[in-house]
Ligand binder design. Structure first.
Ligand SMILES: *[C@@H]1O[C@H](CO)[C@@H](O)[C@H](O)[C@H]1NC(C)=O
Ligand SMILES: *[C@@H]1O[C@H](CO)[C@@H](O)[C@H](O)[C@H]1NC(C)=O
Ligand SMILES: *[C@@H]1O[C@H](CO)[C@@H](O)[C@H](O)[C@H]1NC(C)=O
Length: 166
């Protein structure tokens, strides 16, 4: 039965490798792209953000800044009641620790002037890469764990047959 055990171990190993390294998302797509007249909505819809990932804001700190704000402040470009001022040296990172929407705007009036605002939705990373539809969690976990069981049933008679022929 050695061969069969190896096969089972292999399948278990394959199933357990569903992890993911944190990703650094460069806001706007470049090293220096936190600036006016970049379509950050367009950038954000082509990214997937998971808990543990990081945002990177590269910008000219003489002009711009990064403020984490509420949805209302994001919608209306209000700088005064920010949740957190992330601005440090102009190459600043932000740790996405929760599965929720995050909103950022620039200070200095560049939110309303140049559209320097970005909204992202952070999700929990659940299983192996699966196409996520925005706003919903993948519910494919049960079918994934069903798979080895089926394989087991298909494989077993063949393994027994193989050993019987030796
Ligand atoms: C930005 O991109 C979004 C999504 O692609 C699009 O709907 C929107 O019209 C764009 N905004 C501007 C100002 O081009
Ligand atoms: C955010 O922090 C930067 C750097 O310390 C500072 O220049 C800026 O005025 C701050 N902005 C707000 C709205 O607090
Ligand atoms: C990011 O945030 C998480 C959750 O708060 C924390 O455990 C982790 O240490 C943070 N990472 C860094 C490098 O600050």
């Amino acid at each position: 039965m050695k061969g069969f055990l190896c096969l089972v171990l292999l399948m278990v190993t394959v199933e357990k490798t569903e992890s993911r390294e944190p990703v650094l998302h460069r806001v706007g797509g470049g090293r220096f792209s936190w600036k006016p007249n970049v379509n950050f909505t367009d950038w954000a819809i082509h990214e997937q953000f998971f808990v543990g990932d990081w945002l990177y804001f590269g910008f000219n700190k003489q002009l711009y800044s990064v403020l984490q704000v509420s949805q209302t402040s994001y919608d209306n470009c209000i700088e005064q009641d920010s949740i957190k001022n992330i601005t440090k040296g102009g190459r600043d990172v932000f740790n996405l620790t929760e599965a929720k929407p995050y909103y950022f705007i620039s200070g200095g009036g560049y939110c309303s002037k140049g559209g320097m605002k970005v909204a992202i939705i952070v999700q929990y990373y659940i299983s192996a890469p699966s196409p996520l539809t925005s706003g919903s969690f993948p519910i494919t976990v049960s079918s994934a764990s069903e798979f080895p069981g089926k394989l087991y049933l298909f494989v077993l008679p063949e393994v027994i047959l193989a050993y019987a022929m030796l």
